[in-house]
Design a binder for this molecule. Structure first.
Ligand code: S3P
Length: 429
């Protein structure tokens, strides 16, 4: 239980938020595939990242923590250990499970994935179907964990058109092909996050891009690399919205990743009239220092399917921003939200309604009328539904809520942002 605070005198200060979760997962996995030592500077340290490292250790991969760097010391995928009857506990992490299912399918190394209650309800058929079409064989609990891969892929070459806007599905197939060393061509008409594609050349892998398709020729071997991980825009998003809706705030967010496949929230908040300034920095992954100043004249907006992959994880906090915007915000094409760590469509709607927001759920998003003054008449329990992004969104909502609100499950923030409440304290002082 955590009593949530109201912000009486605005949020102020600078911070470099947690490092990017998606990039850290990928750097650890690609580093493990390469023989030698890969250096990852400023990786995220969180429960989901621990799940990825724990799953790679039985293959003979060592992780050495040195200050703000993780050294991935690996025998390389050609020399991985091949333990029998491997059971991997993936905790809460969908990304670890789906990406590593691809790795194990490429290695043709039988494995069983298990996870926590939330992960055990999340759909795995989306990776079972394409990997099975490539010759892999799985046993699952009706498309859910426990998921056993009985044998890996054998098809070549691989030609895959992404059927849904999921970077995790894209990466499952990409990694299977890379590890099996088969020529792999992937078409991503949804323009899902492209961190793996951006990072592969640093690991010595050549990609050929043609429009929405990219091709990785077979028989390439990864070499170790040095990767610096920028701050996660999905974490910075909470402060972008907090800085916008909490009166008298000025927040500087340092070194935020603004890769265009991830930065939809900046476009959305800008169209809503938020005051966001970007100071672009030169780096391998596009980065910027982001300054946010309170803007109480927010306008409603419309978000449709085309934009959804660029802001999928930010929709809960965008929904909160929309409760403070004048007019009707309609978010559609986001049915994927229903199969995240919790059903985020119902969780966001139920919890924000408790605070007096005018929000209703649709099968693929939300309809929000604003602005609403958020308040509770009597002490109210808010439920993060065990989902880190819902817990953080509600903690930001509380900053502008009148009345006594308590979050029943604050610990979930450890999935992606273990220092969230510490950073909030910093901005309140
Ligand atoms: C992720 C992709 C997204 C996102 C998740 C991380 C990744 O999921 O929601 O938090 O690192 O590839 P989908 O690709 O399933 O939409």
């Amino acid at each position: 239980m955590q009593n949530l605070k109201h912000a009486v005198s605005g949020l102020h200060g600078s911070l470099r938020g947690p490092s990017d979760k998606s990039i850290t997962h990928r750097a650890l996995i690609l580093g493990a595939l390469a023989q030698g030592i890969t250096e990852i500077k400023s990786p995220l340290t969180s429960a989901d990242i621990t799940s990825t490292m724990n799953a790679l250790r039985p293959l003979g991969v060592n992780f050495i923590q040195r200050d703000d760097t993780i050294l991935v010391d690996s025998p390389g995928m050609q020399n991985f250990k091949r333990p029998q009857n491997l059971v991997l506990d993936m905790g809460n992490s969908g990304t670890s499970t789906r990406l590593l299912a691809g790795v194990f399918a490429g290695l043709n190394l039988p494995v069983t994935f298990i996870g926590d209650a939330s992960l055990s309800t999340r759909p795995m058929q989306r990776i079972i179907t394409p990997l099975s079409a490539l010759g892999a064989k799985f046993k699952s609990n009706d498309g859910h964990l426990p998921l056993t891969m009985i044998h890996g892929i054998n098809a070549q070459p691989i030609n895959f058109a992404l059927p849904i806007g999921s970077a995790q599905v894209k990466n499952a197939v990409l990694l299977a092909g890379l590890v099996a060393r088969v020529t792999t061509t992937i078409t991503d008409k949804f323009k899902t996050r492209d961190h793996t594609e951006q990072m592969l050349p640093d690991f010595g892998i050549q990609l050929v891009h043609t429009g929405m398709t990219f091709k990785i020729t077979g028989n390439q071997i990864l070499r170790p690399s040095k990767i610096e991980v920028p701050a996660d825009i999905s974490a910075a998003a909470f402060w972008m919205v907090a800085g916008t809706i909490v009166p008298n705030s000025v927040i500087n967010l340092e070194k935020v990743n603004i890769n265009k496949t991830r930065a939809g929230i900046i476009d959305v908040l800008t169209r809503m009239n938020a005051h966001i300034e970007l100071q672009k920095l030169t780096a391998a992954e596009p980065m910027a220092n982001v300054k946010v100043i309170t803007e109480l004249g927010l306008k409603a907006t419309t978000i449709e399917s085309i934009e959804v992959p660029t802001l999928i994880d930010e929709l809960p906090i965008i929904a909160l921003a929309a409760t403070q915007a004048k007019g009707q915000t309609i978010i559609s094409g986001a049915e994927e939200l229903a199969v995240k760590e919790t059903n985020r469509i119902t969780a966001v709607t139920t919890e924000l309604q408790k605070l007096g927001a005018d929000i209703s759920a649709t099968p693929d998003g939300f309809i929000i009328n604003g602005p609403s003054k958020l308040s509770v008449k009597r002490a109210t329990l808010l439920n993060g539904h065990g989902d880190h992004r819902i817990a953080m969104m509600l903690s930001v909502a509380a900053l502008i809520t009148e009345g006594d609100v308590t979050l029943v499950d604050p610990d979930s923030v450890g999935i992606s942002y273990p220092t969230f409440f510490k950073d909030l304290e910093h901005l309140m002082h």
